[in-house]
Write a protein that binds this ligand. Structure first.
Ligand code: ATP
Ligand code: MG
Length: 502
């Protein structure tokens, strides 16, 4: 008998059967991966196991005994914890405060502070979860914040730890450390369940893999019986279409020109240091680098969120420095952001509103002061179809879309304005294999049709396949710009600040 069983779980949302009679089991001391396309029902299933959603029918058993989980509180009592895609920490509070927040022992008073910190220290040592307990959350990296979330669960004695796409926010070395933590948890007899879109990770880390499709469980396989092509087939039910070949582009002209751009942040740190480069028409210019080396500032300066910097940026020959975001959009800039939850969309608005939000004042969407809602609706319908957004209706609130589908909405909106230049920041984060391939294809098509693209990605493979040239960012400086044939090792060294450009 398995340690934990989900039996015949059914969960319906308006217009969609998110979980269609799913039965799956989890063992103690195993790492179990959940994979499947965007909108397949993975997060829903895990939220049910965490007591956040109640199933319409079906049951959950632990050691053969039925568990009734009316809320996450019940789940935590039963030893089940979850780390969400969006962390739930209080930014202004210190690490240890976040860990013990709301826990019964801590409530008994200040006297226990020392004892609590000691407990946290022990847990952190045991599982390899290094954090500075006295720092405020706002001052630690995303990887450390995730460790705090894990410590929070372990502090509450969780035996089952659920992770929703934990690696999508991490740098490659942080991913390695997380997997080490997974193995330590497993050694200790705990159950680790993680959702991911990266099959390489699955094959490296998981003991068993469950595949979901359209709300159904396609099957659970052990790693020995699985392979990437096999899992892909189970997930998408066929082959992934090949991307469009790159066309030879002649007559390239500079579209975006950075000249000696430097940016010093409010705390006096030089986040961008004398950056000069050009992005041409018909070119994908990739930026490689370990996250936190100036990518965020480069994005904000390019699209106009930050406008106080040294140097100049030109767009099609015109000076951009003083223009705001809307003015830059009018000139033909588009921006695909990495985070559809916080910056890409308005979660309370529906899909129509989200798709036209950047240009509802333009023809054909408005006539004079009136918005032509029918046109907007038709437009949204067609975009949803083109981009394969899984939604019950165009009037559905954005907050009810799955993570990957939300990202597709952002991409559809940004590309539908027929831009001259696209800033694509981690555009495939959270997307499934098919959607990733679609976005790659779209970027190559844009390039082939003469658009300029700045591609910022933490995924080196993505950069190597898509880029015409790659600039490597290290501590706010371009350590070099390389052209094909790309040398992965050379780029890796440059990412660590070694000046090895040939
Ligand atoms: N609160 C909700 N209200 C309405 N529909 C919802 C809600 N939560 C999820 N859904 C729908 O249920 C389906 C499954 O969503 P879910 O978030 O479980 O997918 P997922 O497999 O996690 O996808 P992704 O890989 O994109 O995160 C989707 O069609 C989604 O729109
Ligand atoms: Mg999800």
């Amino acid at each position: 008998m398995s340690y934990l069983q989900m039996e015949n779980i059914i969960k319906r949302f308006p217009g969609v059967l998110a979980n269609d009679n799913v039965s799956v089991d989890f063992n103690a001391g195993e790492i179990h991966a959940i994979v499947g396309e965007n909108g397949a029902g993975k997060s829903t299933l895990m939220k049910i196991l965490y007591g956040e959603y109640q199933p319409d029918s079906g049951r959950i058993l632990m050691n053969g005994k039925e568990l009734v989980l009316r809320s996450p509180r019940d789940a935590i009592k039963a030893g089940i914890g979850m780390v969400h895609q969006k962390f739930m920490l209080v930014a202004s509070m210190k690490v240890y405060e976040n860990i013990i927040l709301g826990d019964e022992i801590a409530k008994r008073g200040v006297l226990n502070k020392k004892q609590s910190i000691e407990t946290v220290r022990k847990i952190s040592e045991r599982y390899g979860l290094q954090v500075d307990v006295n720092k405020p959350i706002s001052e630690i990296s995303v990887g450390s914040q995730q460790r705090v979330e894990i410590l929070k669960l372990l502090y509450r004695k969780a035996n089952v730890l659920i992770f929703d796409e934990p690696t999508s926010v991490l740098t490659p070395s942080e991913v390695e450390s997380l997997f080490k933590v997974f193995r330590n948890l497993k050694k200790d007899g705990k159950t680790v369940i993680f959702i991911t879109h990266k099959l390489e990770e699955v094959m490296k880390t998981a003991d068993r893999i469950s595949v979901m499709k359209n709300g159904k469980l396609q099957g659970t396989v052990s790693k020995e019986d699985a392979s990437i092509p096999f899992l892909t087939k189970l997930m998408v039910g066929g082959e992934i279409p090949k991307t469009t070949p790159r066309k030879n582009i002649e007559d390239k002209k500079p579209i975006v020109e950075f000249e000696s751009v430097s940016y010093i942040s409010a705390d006096g740190v030089r986040r961008l240091n004398n950056m000069s480069f050009q992005i041409h028409s018909g070119e994908i210019f990739g930026i490689a680098g370990v996250e936190g080396n100036g990518q965020k500032e480069l994005i904000e300066i390019t699209i106009g969120i930050k406008r106080k910097f040294e140097g100049t940026i030109k767009f099609n020959g015109d000076l951009l420095n003083k223009l705001d975001i809307l003015q830059r959009r009018k000139l033909g800039m588009a921006y695909i952001s990495e985070d559809p939850f916080n910056i890409g969309t308005c979660l309370d608005a529906n899909l129509i509103e989200n798709l036209i939000s950047t240009r509802y004042r333009d023809i054909p969407f408005s006539k004079g002061l009136l918005i032509n809602w029918k046109r907007c609706e038709e437009f949204t319908e067609s975009q949803i179809k083109t981009y394969g957004v899984k939604a019950a209706s165009v009037k559905q609130r954005a907050s009810t879309l799955s993570g990957g589908n939300l990202q597709k909405v952002v991409i559809a909106r940004e590309l539908s304005s027929d831009p001259i230049f696209v800033l694509a920041a981690h555009p495939t984060k959270g997307l499934d294999i098919k959607a990733t391939s679609f976005v790659h294809d779209t970027l190559i098509r844009l390039r082939n049709s003469g658009k300029a693209i700045l591609l910022i990605s933490a995924n080196l493979d993505e950069l190597l396949t898509l880029s015409d040239r790659i600039g490597v960012l290290y501590r706010g400086k371009l350590t070099g710009v390389v052209a094909p044939p790309f040398d992965r090792e050379q780029i890796g060294l440059m990412m660590l600040g070694k000046d090895v450009a040939k």
